[in-house]
Ligand binder design. Structure first.
Ligand code: SF4
Length: 320
């Protein structure tokens, strides 16, 4: 069976939080003196990071590597209050690229902790977003990543317990974990809808629908991107063969054998140019038709951090 068609998921790729984070670094490179420091990968995509590094960005793992008084950008995944304190102590100029939807989870954690709740955070251990959120109220929070772990939870007061979620989890699995939490703790409270963000939800729903029409689904994204990994899992659970690829060079010829329709999508941190390269690669292998597979429209935009917006305005005034 020869390859005939490519289905291109829509929406795919960059979400509003990633667009904002990448814009922030590009603008900061233009407005401030170099070197510009970025704590951690600004977003979890190798290509994005390499491109910004080539423009003069210095990526660091810790603020220890940043000289006093320098300018540092915090990544889209957010940071704990401890990191903010360290930046203040070193007199760093901070530009915060934390996605506003991650900030929302931080604020919920602060509120529940202040009200004396034990907070169950559903998320992946070690992920930067989880480290940042846990840092808001470490004494009040416990991290779980599966339904099985609910059985081991033993809060001091089972009437004062709340849950929060990482923004990039599997929708279905998270709903199952929340249902298990509700069974064990009928009084548990949480945000009105789980905090899995709109971009994660839309990309997962799109890949689930696309898997009904495509034998193979390729997800463009880096290995450390949580939402990209979830897309591969969702495609597989929906019955398609699926692989995570950094770019077209990762595609193995054997994956295409016997496949008539290939679906292509991209995680929230993967640039569109990489998707287009994948499409060109598939066209060269016989795919005569490329169709967009639209499941929903996205129109989300986040404003720049106020201090960067104001410095940009000042710089533009000086130039004119
Ligand atoms: S995936 Fe969601 S939470 Fe993460 S940066 Fe994008 S919009 Fe924000």
């Amino acid at each position: 069976m020869p390859l005939e068609k490519v289905l291109l998921a829509k929406p795919r790729g960059f979400c509003a939080g990633v667009v904002r984070a990448v814009d922030i670094v590009n603008i900061a490179l233009d407005v401030y003196e170099k070197p510009l420091y970025v704590r951690k990968e600004i977003v979890h995509n190798r290509h994005v990071v390499e491109e910004l590094r080539a423009k003069g960005t210095v990526f660091v793992d810790s603020l220890l590597e940043v000289p006093s008084g320098a300018t540092v950008v915090f990544s889209a995944h957010g940071v704990s209050p401890e990191v903010r304190e360290k930046a203040k102590a070193k007199n760093l100029k901070v530009i915060d690229a934390t996605c506003p939807l991650v900030t929302k989870v931080h604020l919920e954690a602060v509120k529940y902790a202040r009200d004396g709740f034990t907070i169950v955070l559903i998320g992946h251990k070690g992920h930067e977003e989880v480290v940042g959120t846990m840092g808001e109220a470490p004494q009040h929070m416990v991290l779980i990543s599966s339904r099985e772990e609910v059985a081991h939870l033993n809060p001091p007061d089972s009437n004062r317990i709340a849950y929060l979620t990482q923004t990039t989890l599997s929708l279905d699995e998270t709903r199952e974990i929340i249902a298990t939490l509700r069974q064990k703790f009928p009084h548990i409270v949480g945000p009105p809808s789980e905090d899995i963000c709109y971009a994660t939800q839309n990309r997962q729903e799109s890949v689930q629908a696309m898997a009904r029409h495509a034998g193979l689904i390729l997800v463009v994204g880096s290995g450390n991107s949580s939402n990209s990994n979830r897309l591969v899992e969702e495609a597989q659970k929906s019955g398609a063969q699926s692989y995570l690829i950094d770019d077209y060079r990762n595609i193995q010829e054997s994956w295409l054998e016997g496949v008539r329709v290939v679906g292509v999508t991209a995680g929230a941190s993967a640039p569109e140019i990489l998707v287009q390269q994948v499409v060109e690669h598939l066209k060269a292998r016989g795919a005569a038709t490329v169709e967009e597979f639209e499941t929903t429209k996205e129109n989300v935009h986040f404003a720049l951090p106020p201090n960067l917006a104001s410095d940009l305005e000042t710089r533009n005034r000086v130039r004119t």
